[in-house]
Design a protein around this ligand. Structure first.
Ligand code: ASP
Length: 323
């Protein structure tokens, strides 16, 4: 990636990939995110950091939680928010992504939040925006989902402390998962004790990710794990429909059931990025059970997105103060 995620002044400017983000920056984002959490039942954190600024959500791929989370994060920091309806967008009419961006930039957008099915789109946009404008990757093909990676490590740290002492197992369709890649990048940066990738051979990546150990048996893969993260089978990324695993057979071999989970540590936490397919990658009783931190992942995700928006605002403020 040629685009720099930090400005010359040292501010976070874009968030495209965790692979190129220094460990200190990852820690800074998570630390900031923690300040936005409020006790259950209390009103959510609000402030005026982004008052007068505009955040555009450009989702060229479907999204429920990430889009809602970015929208609420921007609103809770008092930004104006533009949600571009992709089915109505000019891209569907043949306009290039960059022309869409230039058009929106002319409407004084300060932050573009971008999700796209093609690799490289967020970085390409970041290379072309005006100097004060920031680009946040909200999911890029199967390669990167940085805010998800950040919310995952934040959730792990809040339950288990320093990741250096932990064994983390990511289970399922690793091959097509940007969630697995970003989580692995963040965990590796923070010095995870042991990272395991668990799944059927055809769903494991062709090249291993980070220094992860690869397992094709669920019991072996999650044995004594502190953290077990289940992934959805990314049906939309299979070249041939016939290659999609049979759901029942998949559940039998890789589904997180109460029986399967006995192989992990007794106090292991269970994660899932959503959307979940109950009875395929995870049993409903586990998803809703005492070891599940799935709802906390959602809560922490909003806090992470607020933190990222607040931090890039430091860049916007510094750049525009010069004008
Ligand atoms: N929501 C996550 C993503 O956008 C995971 C998934 O779709 O399965 O990658």
């Amino acid at each position: 990636m040629t685009v720099s995620q930090t400005s010359e002044r040292g501010h976070l400017r874009h968030l495209i990939s965790l692979a190129d983000l220094p460990r200190a920056e990852i820690e800074r984002i998570i630390e900031r995110a923690s300040t936005y959490l409020t006790p259950t039942g209390q009103p959510p954190s609000h402030d005026a950091t982004l008052r007068g600024r505009t955040v555009a959500n450009l989702f060229f791929e479907p999204s429920t939680r990430t889009r809602a989370s970015f929208e609420l994060a921007a609103k809770r920091l008092s930004a104006d928010v533009l949600n571009l309806d992709v089915s109505m967008s000019s891209r569907a009419k043949g306009e290039t992504v960059l022309d869409t961006i230039y058009t929106l930039q002319a409407m004084q957008i300060d932050v573009f939040v971008v999700r796209d099915a093609s690799t490289g789109v967020p970085a390409r946009i970041a290379e072309h925006v005006a100097p004060h404008v920031c680009v946040l990757n909200a999911g890029e093909s199967e390669v990167s989902h940085p805010t998800q990676g950040l919310l995952d490590v934040m959730t792990i740290q809040r339950h288990k402390g320093d990741v250096g002492a932990l064994r983390v197992a990511i289970v399922g369709d690793i091959r097509h998962s940007r969630v697995a890649r970003s989580a692995a990048e963040a965990l590796t940066k923070l010095g995870v004790g042991e990272l395991r990738l668990v799944g059927p051979t055809e769903l494991l990546p062709e090249q291993t990710i980070a220094n992860a150990r690869v397992y094709t048996d669920l019991a072996d893969g999650i044995a004594d794990a502190d953290v077990v993260m289940a992934l959805r089978i990314q049906k939309e990324r299979f070249a041939q429909l016939g290659d999609i695993p049979d759901p029942q057979e998949y559940y039998r071999r890789f589904g997180l059931s109460a029986r399967a989970l006995t192989h992990a540590k007794n106090d292991a936490i269970v994660m899932h990025p959503g959307p979940m397919n109950r009875g395929v990658e995870i049993d409903g009783s586990i998803a809703d059970g005492p070891q599940s931190v799935i709802q906390e992942q959602v809560t922490n995700g909003l806090a992470v997105r607020m933190a990222v928006l607040a931090l890039v605002h430091e860049h916007i403020a510094a750049e525009t103060a010069q004008c």
